[in-house]
Design a protein around this ligand. Structure first.
Ligand code: HEM
Length: 503
């Protein structure tokens, strides 16, 4: 009875909505998902532009106006992030723990898709990786890669993190302004290339990892996503860059195949798996996984560190408490692997930083069939966005969400869908323990050696690519650690002041 009513009343009812033999989820209400009207001149494109210009502001407005489930725009729009084969998809946003649970628990219903951008054979090979595959292959690839992020493997990578971090600080001079996004990004690149490929990237500016870095910065820019394949266009440049990276990856893989395959880096181990049984990991998967390990590990890790150091500089009392703890337990040394998670103040600081300035703002999925989002039904082929950041800003879960208050973690244990800087469910970050170790270890080393000062008046606006970064970098002045924490704090301007309450 109800289905008939819905079918005749709902303007969005079409064949896609037909329940498939027992697969229809139970919904309590049947209404059209609300969303803002199309912009007067540009239609849905105007809404998409507003969203890309400031996703945080757009999502905040959607949630405040329409609630936990909203559309980018009334009517339909082509998917924003993915190539879709569906004729009339729309972009939906699911905010809050319940939507996170729905989106992240059923990974066959909410599937991952390759991003927009060049649609070439090389791009296909590189997208054959954990991020974008689904089904049994995803499960199987995760099983293959997971052991390389076990405790024993992390112990091995620990030394690389310590060495490259100390080398970075050795290169800094007292009183100089260091652009932290670049400095930390370089160091994470060295750590990643050593741990994942066994390559020392400090030696070669034309190396594979440097090329990957260029790709990473350009990948989700509008120019690259608009398919104009003419000389000089960003799209054409991206195609060429991808080819160079793919060729160098193949070369690297060949060298490992011809060597003794005894390397302890992740690539050596998966090449070995490919040699032992090519059905376990195919040649294309080898390229895709080698690519994604680097790609996935860099940006979010760099931003996690950057924002933690910035927040510490802006909160002298927290910084003092942290340094007291580190001095007491470490006496100026880097924490041993076993100590990293035994430092409660450091733990709370990192947890709170990953909450308030969660580097991974949002991710998308595509529904493989009719799905329930909140209390709505949405059709197959819908693009669905979930946002760790928006969840972390919910005042019902986190009172005074814009205040950096590490102490809130003293007696608070959120559910997996209330706190998700690394995602949740079967697609949760593969490198979560690596990332969690790396950020704690690097913060502990850096703050014991240096006091980083915010330059008064720095304007911090944000750019959201896959992760959230300061638009024009974040320079800070390097001082020896002299415990003069109040001097580290500086008044700042820009959108950051709307995200964090510095009062
Ligand atoms: C602080 C650092 C990091 C943060 C905040 C972070 C965050 C995330 C998030 C939120 C997701 C879920 C994406 C989704 O739901 O679609 C994810 C997935 C992933 N991350 Fe990380 N990540 C970090 C470090 C790393 C590192 C070091 C690696 C190293 C290999 C890594 C590899 C991956 C991979 C392969 C996936 C896809 C997993 C899948 O779909 O099965 N990440 N990460």
């Amino acid at each position: 009875m109800q289905t008939t009513t819905h079918a005749t009343q709902c303007p969005h009812h079409r064949a896609d909505f037909e329940p498939k033999s027992g697969a229809a989820p139970a919904v309590s209400r049947r209404r059209d998902v609300p969303g803002p009207p199309p912009t007067p001149l540009l239609g849905w494109r105007g809404n998409a532009l507003k969203f890309f210009r400031n996703p945080i502001a757009y999502m905040t407005h959607l949630r405040a106006t329409y609630g936990d489930v909203a559309k980018l725009v009334q009517g339909s729009n082509p998917t924003l992030f993915y190539r879709s084969s569906h004729v009339q998809p729309s972009t939906y946003f699911g905010f809050g723990p319940e939507c996170n649970r729905q989106i992240l628990t059923d990974i066959e219903l909410f599937q991952s898709r390759p991003p927009r951008g060049p649609h070439t054979q090389t791009a296909e090979q590189m997208a054959t990786n954990l991020f974008f595959i689904n089904g049994s292959r995803h499960k199987q690839q995760r099983k293959l890669l997971m052991p390389h992020f076990s405790k024993n493997s992390l112990k091995h990578y620990h030394g690389f993190v310590v060495d490259y971090t100390n080398a970075m600080i050795d290169g800094w001079k007292e009183g100089e302004a260091v652009e932290l996004t670049k400095a930390l990004g370089d160091t994470l690149m060295y750590i990643g290339s050593k741990s994942f490929y066994g390559i020392d990237a400090t030696k070669d500016s034309e190396s594979l990892v440097q090329l990957m870095r260029i790709m990473m910065y350009n990948m989700f820019t509008p120019g690259t996503m608009i398919p104009i394949n003419l000389p000089g266009t960003p799209y054409r440049r991206m195609i060429r860059l991808m080819r160079r990276i793919r060729d160098q990856l193949i070369q690297e893989i060949q060298q490992k195949r011809q060597g003794d395959l005894a390397g302890t880096d992740v690539l050596s181990k998966i090449v070995r798996a490919n040699v032992d049984d090519p059905t376990q990991v195919t040649d294309d998967e080898l390229i895709g996984e080698a690519f994604v390990l680097f790609f996935a590990s860099q940006d979010a890790g760099t931003r996690a560190l950057l924002w933690t150091l910035f927040l510490l500089a802006q909160h002298p009392d927290v910084m003092a408490e942290l340094l007291d703890e580190l001095d007491e337990h470490l006496h100026g040394e880097a924490p041993a692997y076993e100590q990293i998670f035994e430092l409660p103040v450091l733990d709370r600081v990192v947890k709170e930083s990953l909450r308030i300035l969660s580097p991974a703002i949002m991710f998308g999925r595509e529904t493989s069939r009719i799905a329930q989002l909140g209390s709505y039904l949405i059709p197959a082929g819908s693009e669905v966005v979930y946002s760790p950041y928006m969840t972390h800003m919910d005042p019902e879960i986190y009172p005074e969400p814009k205040r950096f208050r590490p102490d809130r973690w003293l007696d608070f244990k959120p559910s997996a869908y209330q706190y998700l800087p690394f995602g949740a469910g079967a697609r949760m970050c593969l490198g979560a323990s690596f990332g969690a170790m790396q950020v704690r270890l690097m913060v502990a080393i850096i703050v014991q050696r240096c006091r980083l000062e915010v330059i008064p008046g720095t304007k911090i606006d944000l750019t959201v690519n896959v992760v959230m970064s300061p638009k024009n970098g974040l320079p800070m002045i390097v001082r020896r650690q002299d415990r003069d924490f109040r001097k580290s704090r500086g008044p700042v301007e820009g959108y950051i002041t709307r995200m964090v309450d510095f009062s």
